[in-house]
Design a protein around this ligand. Structure first.
Ligand code: S3P
Length: 436
């Protein structure tokens, strides 16, 4: 059960059981892309099951400032494409809120589209690394600047000469960087290539292809040809695997649990957590598998499981980048030791997740130590305590689960769940209510 305390604090008590069926919001990554790319298309697009998270709301507001006509109601968006070169110069700063995806993908688009625009965001976003997009975009001929030489927002992007066809080899495996470079590549004077260190989510490639662009993937190299036009397409957004992940973990961790999550996107570049759960011996069933608008979708059922410790690192990390923090919690309930490595990227997310996870779970009695690039975790008995989310949505939801399966938790910055999952607290209440 969770009780509201101060506006941004939340108290979660240990729960007796976890039962029921839940539908999570539409996928955040796919929603951003469906809105951004269709804005560059010719025609009209209807996007259904659009994410209710505040991040995707930030994308829509930026698009409106760029002259895009759209209607947005509950879980759908209808928007009129402006064509590849039809965006209007905004008359004020574009506020990307808390959303790194909005800022990085828009940087790629604006670099190519040849408008002057300034991109900024909240205090967390203004601390996040931007050189990873600014430098390669400049290398292709874009004019882009920002604080500390373009390393930090706000970013200012100016009209430039047509971009040059470029081969990029980003140092970090990041779908946001790959996407920004591919989007800029739509405007280049030849084929743009991105050679990734490891495969990352491929929603950009799938949607650009569906809109008529020529995008080729060979192992971890993706190339895009410049285009004259893109065709608007309707998108039915699958449920967000990254939100479903919280219920999967709650289901396998609680000793009296069975939870069904309906309509979850299972794009293989997103489901590293399923591989990790399987290795740990968790019971997760995939039901009713189908294809929705080119993305695999299914219902997932998670039940109480006995877990063993595991090692997570290497190419698996980008495939579970937003779920890796949950492995820290799983490790506290697994036999033996769990070690996560190669996850230094987590220090540059909405918060420094390596530190925030270690501090929060330690405060709840967990035996966890942060390393340079991950954690060492040992089986523990969790007690009541206070965990600070640092206003990071995924941290607030992680600590809520820790409280529910342990001895309770007071969570600071609990309102942040609205970034990706506004109904999280209501769904937790329902799934853990004694009356369910
Ligand atoms: C995202 C890519 C990932 C992920 C983020 C969404 C995307 O970020 O963490 O939540 O939609 O492309 P990075 O590209 O920084 O790894």
């Amino acid at each position: 059960m969770s009780l509201a305390v101060a506006s941004s604090d939340r108290l979660v008590t240990g729960v007796q059981r976890v039962r029921g069926t839940v539908r999570v919001p539409g996928d955040k990554s796919v929603s951003h892309r469906a809105a951004l790319f269709n804005a560059l298309g010719d025609g009209v697009a209807r996007i259904t099951n659009f994410s209710s998270g505040a991040d995707c709301g930030s994308t829509l507001k930026c698009l409106q400032q760029l002259g895009v006509n759209l209607r947005h109601d509950r879980d759908w968006v209808e928007l009129q494409g402006r064509g590849l070169r039809g965006l209007q110069e905004p008359d004020d700063v574009l506020d990307c809120g808390n959303s790194g995806t909005t800022m990085r993908l828009l940087s790629g688009i604006l670099a190519g589209a040849g408008l002057f625009a300034v991109l900024s965001g909240d205090a967390s976003l203004r601390r996040r690394p931007m050189a990873r997009v600014a430098e390669p975009l400049r290398h292709a001929g874009a004019l882009i600047n920002g604080r500390e030489g373009g390393s930090l927002p706000p970013l200012a992007i100016g009209p430039s000469q047509p971009l040059k066809a470029t081969e990029h080899r980003p140092e970090v495996a990041s779908a946001q960087v790959k996407s920004a470079l591919l989007l800029a590549g739509l405007y280049a004077d030849g084929v743009t290539r991105v050679v990734e260190r490891a495969a990352t989510r491929d929603h950009t490639e799938r949607l650009l292809r569906a809109m008529g662009a020529t995008v080729r993937t060979e192992a971890t190299t993706v190339s895009v040809e410049p285009v004259e036009r893109l065709e608007c397409v309707d998108v039915e957004v699958p449920g967000d695997f990254s939100s479903a992940a919280f219920w999967l973990v709650l289901g396998v961790l609680h000793p009296n649990a069975e939870v069904r999550i309906q309509n979850v996107g299972l794009n293989p570049t997103r489901t590293g957590l399923l591989t990790i759960l399987e290795r740990m011996g968790a019971s997760v069933q995939v039901d009713n598998a189908r294809d929705v608008a080119g993305e695999p979708v299914a219902d997932l059922v998670a039940t109480s499981s006995r877990l063993r410790g595991t090692q997570v690192g290497g190419d698996l990390v980008p495939l579970a980048i937003d779920e890796i923090s949950l492995v820290a919690l799983l490790g506290l309930f697994a036999e033996g030791e769990t070690v996560v490595s190669d996850a230094a990227e987590l220090r540059g997310k909405e918060s420094d997740r390596l530190a925030v996870v270690a501090d929060g779970l330690s405060a709840l009695g967990g035996d966890i130590t942060a390393t340079n690039d991950g954690w060492r975790i040992r089986a523990s008995r969790l007690e009541r305590g206070r965990a600070e989310s640092q206003a990071d949505h995924r941290m607030a939801m992680l600590f809520a689960l820790a409280g529910a399966v342990g001895g309770g938790a007071e969570i600071g910055g609990a309102d942040s769940v609205a970034i990706s999952y506004p109904s999280f607290w209501a769904d937790l209440e329902r799934l853990t209510s004694d009356r369910a």
